[in-house]
Design a protein around this ligand. Structure first.
Ligand code: M6R
Length: 369
């Protein structure tokens, strides 16, 4: 059942080309128009939305944080992302023009379910992005967009995360289409780029051994930092979460720009620091800012482990280790840059002899508040 892999987690990491492809399947027509008829919410209702609030926990919340960049960019609708358990206890402002998008792999996370119920009571429209057919959160929501990652067994979420990003992107494109923010040509181009993602993930998986070797060499590491900017920031957070939960290693993700506001004090000789570097083809300042962050930590002795885009030679001289991911538009980079970080955590935990699929103290779905 593990398909020859050592753990379900590893198998599920390798399932990711299919998870993304299946989530895209059948959701647009030959003209590049999104056809999300399954949503159970009318186009008119969606077009009237003035604010989106994304509610989720853990990895799913990082999926929401990635989505914020894309949806705001494509649709010009403000998107707030909040942890479900924080949302409910602070008297949040939502009304009938608010679209509350919950993201949950299991559809049974109690914190998220309670937040969705609360939002409904306040009159918000609720849309569930979920990987489990017929589970409670989609049943109680006005609308649903399923991710088609297939059952996720390992406690650490991997393929559900990439499928969630894919689904929220489809939602963003659909909203952009309905509201006229995006031209059909733009939607078609973005869908074409999304369509190329599965093969690009496969290319990363084919080179898994490079990152696994690094992971094995670091099995006695006590602490790892992860830095990213823009969409690389939630990717860094997700990389840190994976390492904490399955390898029991202290790990923290930071927005790279925050370094000089405190975290840089943590840098000492040989401190491992992953840095997610955005494409040099994107907004130029973004790339160069992150490259200078690498230099800053390197100058203070950090062991810099860089995830960068193929062809980006500028990072080499400041990096102890570089893993290249294929070229893609900046907003889609999380679908690629996350994969080496998942492989890293999985291999490191395996090298430590830990139970990768069933980490201590954790359950696959958290059905208590
Ligand atoms: O089923 P959900 O997506 O609602 O679960 C949310 C979190 O509990 C989950 O993502 C958790 O953080 C994972 N163990 C992370 O790998």
């Amino acid at each position: 059942e593990k398909g020859g892999f050592d753990s379900f987690m590893e198998k599920e990491i390798f399932d990711q080309p299919a998870a993304v492809a299946d989530t895209l399947l059948g959701r647009s027509d030959a003209f590049g128009r999104l056809t999300l008829d399954e949503l159970r919410i009318t186009p008119e209702e969606l077009a009237s939305v003035t604010k989106i609030v994304v509610l989720a926990c853990g990895t799913s919340a990082y999926g929401g944080s990635v989505a914020k960049y894309a949806i705001e960019n494509w649709c010009r609708i403000p998107v707030e992302v909040e942890l479900s358990h924080e949302f409910r206890y602070r008297d949040p402002i939502v009304d009938s023009n608010t679209l509350v998008v919950s993201i949950s792999q299991s559809g049974e996370t109690m914190d998220t379910l309670m937040a969705v119920r609360y939002a409904k009571e306040q009159g918000a429209k609720t849309l569930s992005i979920c990987n489990t057919n017929g589970s409670t959160i989609p049943r109680e929501s006005d609308a649903v967009l399923y991710t088609h990652a297939g059952p996720e067994i390992a406690v650490a979420s991997t393929k559900a995360f990439l499928a969630q990003i894919t689904a929220t992107y489809l939602l963003g494109l659909y909203l952009g289409q309905l509201r006229g923010n995006l031209f059909s040509g733009q939607i078609k181009d973005i869908l074409a780029d999304l369509g190329k993602i599965p093969a690009k993930i496969q290319d990363i998986l084919d080179r898994a051994e490079d990152i696994k070797e690094l992971a094995r060499s670091m099995k006695d590491t006590e602490s790892v930092l992860f830095l990213g900017r823009h969409v690389g920031y939630p990717v860094a957070m997700e990389g840190a979460l994976k390492l904490k939960e399955i390898a029991y290693i202290h790990a923290e993700g930071f927005a790279a720009g925050e370094l000089k506001h405190g975290p840089i004090a943590l840098i000492e000789q040989d401190k491992p620091v992953f840095v997610v570097v955005p494409s040099p083809r994107g907004r130029d300042s973004l790339h160069s800012k992150v490259v200078s962050n690498i230099q800053e930590v390197r100058a203070r002795g950090a062991k810099t482990l860089v995830i960068a885009e193929e062809g980006d030679e500028s990072v080499r001289e400041f990096a102890e280790f570089v893993f290249y991911v294929p070229e893609t538009p900046v907003l889609l980079m999380p679908l690629l840059a996350t994969v080496p970080l998942q492989l890293f955590a999985c291999e490191l935990a395996t090298a430590k002899g830990l139970d990768v699929d069933q980490p201590r103290n954790l359950a696959k779905s958290v059905t208590v508040e």
